[in-house]
Write a protein that binds this ligand. Structure first.
Ligand code: FO1
Length: 326
């Protein structure tokens, strides 16, 4: 089967994909196989970033990068395949903080990035250098070069995102989210330019966690307004299938926030920002309610197991963009 399928007959122009980690990276990989090349702009959440062991760690940016480069660990979804763990074993032996797993090869990226940032390079410049080295044709950018840090408000108090997610295994009950630094953060320059580009073809909200992966991007000053103003369609793919998150704590968060854990609730969460919403066959019964919100529903298979699943879903999302576009 040919996986390098054409991006249908769409005219050239940027396609923006907003992405968190694993789910977003899977759809970004599918989009990257549609010959969009540098027209594909993958905007990664940086709210999950943190300083750890003196290193700047950017988990969502790195998950997208490793996935598009064909280097990612397919099982875990994050980190590199064929990874070694001797650093972690030695760190643990010395009594260092070992709750966050940094593989031997992955460490090279964090070390390089931390050094380049210390020299005054921006996160965009560092990411560009790394993605070029890894042969990635798509443009991968952080949502902002300014620091934004997601704080998870829980019944045990506020937790930095990775402490909530990895150290505490998403166990604390969530009551809300704060994105520290967001009011003063500027959206990344290429992202802003693409949002204002008259040839913009689509904004695709990938099936990442709406609250902690996508909302930090949408909440950047000016982004929602630009997404509303563009004639290009905004299309989200549901990260919830049959009441469950494909991966991660989205469904648990929804329940704790007093929302139904459903694809429809995700569509309601994004609300009038959306022109289209892609939901799984298993949630077909919610399609009419999505249409009732004034959002065009597309029911298809959204669970991406194989590379062919990723490419097929990407093609269907772009076909919907063409249908809903100006
Ligand atoms: N996720 C985990 O569940 N446990 C880890 O130890 C862990 C380490 C890690 C290291 C580098 C990296 O780029 C990602 C890593 N992740 C780990 C994933 C990451 O923390 C989350 O998947 C995202 O922040 C959520 O999108």
């Amino acid at each position: 089967m040919a996986l390098n399928s054409q991006a249908d007959d769409l005219l050239p122009g940027p396609v923006i994909a907003l992405s968190g980690g694993v789910g977003g990276a899977k759809l970004a990989l599918g989009l990257s196989r549609l010959d969009l090349d540098a027209d594909l702009l993958v905007v990664a959440n940086v709210g999950d970033d943190f300083e750890h062991l003196g290193l700047t760690i950017c988990p969502d940016l790195d998950t997208v990068t490793y996935t598009l480069a064909g280097l990612s660990d397919q099982e875990k979804g994050w980190g590199r395949a064929d990874e070694g763990w001797r650093f972690m074993a030695a760190l643990d032996q010395l009594g260092g903080e070992s709750w966050f797993n940094l593989g031997d090869s992955d460490l090279a990226l964090h070390t390089l990035r931390t050094g380049l940032l210390a020299e005054g390079k921006s996160l965009t410049q560092v990411t560009r250098a790394i993605t070029l080295k890894l042969g990635i044709a798509a443009r991968v950018v952080p949502m902002s070069d300014d620091p934004v840090r997601t704080m998870v408000q829980t019944s045990n108090g506020a937790l930095a995102f990775q402490h909530y997610f990895v150290r505490d295994r998403c166990e604390p009950v969530v009551t809300g989210f704060v994105f520290d630094g967001i009011a003063g953060a500027r959206p990344q320059a290429d992202f802003l330019a693409a949002l204002a580009d008259p040839d913009l073809r689509a904004i695709i909200i990938t099936p990442s966690n709406p609250f902690v992966s996508i909302d930090p991007i949408l909440d950047l000053p000016g982004v929602r307004a630009a997404a509303r103003a563009t004639p290009a369609p905004v299309i989200a793919v549901s990260p919830i299938v049959a009441g469950q998150a494909i991966k991660g704590p989205a469904a648990k968060m929804m329940a704790e926030l007093g929302m139904p854990s459903s694809a429809l609730a995700v569509a309601e969460h994004y609300g009038d920002l959306l022109d289209g919403f892609v939901l799984d066959h298993g949630d077909q019964d919610q399609a009419d309610a999505v249409a009732g919100l004034g959002i065009h529903p597309l029911v298809t298979g959204t669970v991406m197991v194989s590379l062919a699943d990723r490419v097929r879903l990407a093609q269907e999302v772009l076909a919907l963009a063409r249908q809903l576009g100006p």
